[in-house]
Design a protein around this ligand. Structure first.
Ligand code: FES
Length: 131
């Protein structure tokens, strides 16, 4: 089963969905993973509270890029209210493989950028429960 998830991660890494930037995004935010210096930017178009388009750009390992790709795919068409509820578990479920603490930051970088951009939340998703 894990193999299936690994294949999916490689596919999203090699053929990223929604890669690039938007010309006039309503929301744009970017940030580094402090552990490795890799970088993700996410742009969103929002219409009437609904995410109508999303793009991500930047560089990083396969886990960080795949999770950004999956996340942008997941949020298009959802309301900001729903996007606001997306938590660490949702991203880890999409990735579907067990991750150690270092890879966890890779997996959650895109979610952190998304949340920080949209809601000004600065902490790493899930950190509050871990400490
Ligand atoms: Fe940098 Fe994964 S090693 S984001």
């Amino acid at each position: 089963m894990e193999d299936l998830y690994r294949d999916q991660i490689i596919d999203h890494y090699q053929n990223p969905r929604n890669h690039g930037t938007l010309e006039h995004p309503d929301i744009s935010y970017e940030e580094d993973n402090p552990v490795c210096g890799d970088h993700i930017r996410i742009d969103l178009k929002v219409d009437n509270g609904i995410v109508t388009d999303a793009r991500f750009a930047g560089h990083g390992c396969s886990i960080s890029q795949a999770s950004a790709s999956m996340l942008t795919e997941d949020i298009i068409g959802k309301s900001l209210e729903v996007v606001r509820q997306i938590g660490k578990e949702h991203v880890l479920e999409m990735l579907g493989i067990p991750l150690g603490p270092v890879r966890m930051k890779c997996a959650l970088l895109a979610l952190k950028v998304l949340k920080a951009g949209a809601y000004g939340l600065q902490g790493w998703p899930g950190d509050e429960e871990e400490e």
